[in-house]
Design a binder for this molecule. Structure first.
Ligand code: 13P
Length: 229
């Protein structure tokens, strides 16, 4: 197995080690707490979902992650009907639509990280200023146009911005990161926030040059060998 040089992306888990007794509900709550503890998110912003059978599990709306219990996690069935004692996240539509339309995805993380959101406040993408932009699937991390939280319009805009991609920004709002599992989605959300931070820092010296699309395609091909992207 090839050993990746230090500059290559290797996944470092942000989740606490799983215990054998952990259920998917426990894993979702652990991911929520990890995203706040890491600074990726704050307060009750954000929401997380995980594919389960023909439906999904999703965080409830407006509940402190530290107070959240497995019984608070809401199940949406294949038609998007909620089951459980809580109301689902106000953003259940885009979670549901993404998981229905993207069979390659099993976990969706939505957060309001400071740097990625700062770029999204301008309605701008993260351009190919660093080769790691390739981990989201293409030459820029798109920014979906603004639509009000919880609307079908926001879901439609997010789906379009995620076409062929694993992450996007949401104008005047935050970011969405996708993964084959919660760990991967959380990792990617963190990487996008790091890229946003680097890009914002570089703007102090003016707009940095872009890597050509062909180079990002080459980076993507090179990553296939060993990086878990
Ligand atoms: P919920 O508490 O309804 O999940 O909403 C939080 C949020 O970030 C909306 O975009």
């Amino acid at each position: 197995m090839p050993i990746a040089p230090p500059s290559q992306p290797r996944r470092r888990s942000l989740m606490p080690a799983e215990r054998p007794e952990d259920r998917p509900e426990d894993q979702i709550i652990a991911a929520c707490r990890a995203m706040n503890a890491s600074g990726l998110n704050q307060g009750m912003s954000g929401n997380i979902s995980l594919r389960q059978g023909d439906g999904l599990l999703i965080t409830p709306t407006s509940l402190d992650y530290d107070r959240m219990q497995p019984e608070d996690i809401v199940r949406l069935d294949a038609e998007g009907r909620p089951q459980g004692r809580r109301r689902p996240s106000s953003e259940w539509r885009f979670h549901y639509d993404i998981l229905r339309q993207r069979p390659d995805v099993a976990a969706v993380v939505h957060a309001h990280p400071i740097h990625a959101t700062a770029i999204a406040l301008h309605g701008r993408p993260i351009p190919a200023v660093h080769y790691m932009v390739a981990i989201a699937g293409g030459p820029e991390i798109r920014c979906a146009p603004y639509a009000r939280f919880g609307t079908q319009a926001l879901s439609d805009a997010a789906l379009a911005a995620l076409d062929g991609r694993m992450a996007c920004l949401l104008a005047h709002h935050g970011l969405i990161a996708l993964g084959r599992d919660l760990d991967q989605a959380l990792w990617l959300a963190h990487e996008v926030e790091t890229l946003a931070r680097m890009y914002l820092a570089s703007l102090a010296m003016g707009e940095p040059p872009r890597l050509p699309d062909a180079e990002i395609a080459g980076v993507r091909a090179a990553m296939q060998g060993y990086a878990q992207v």
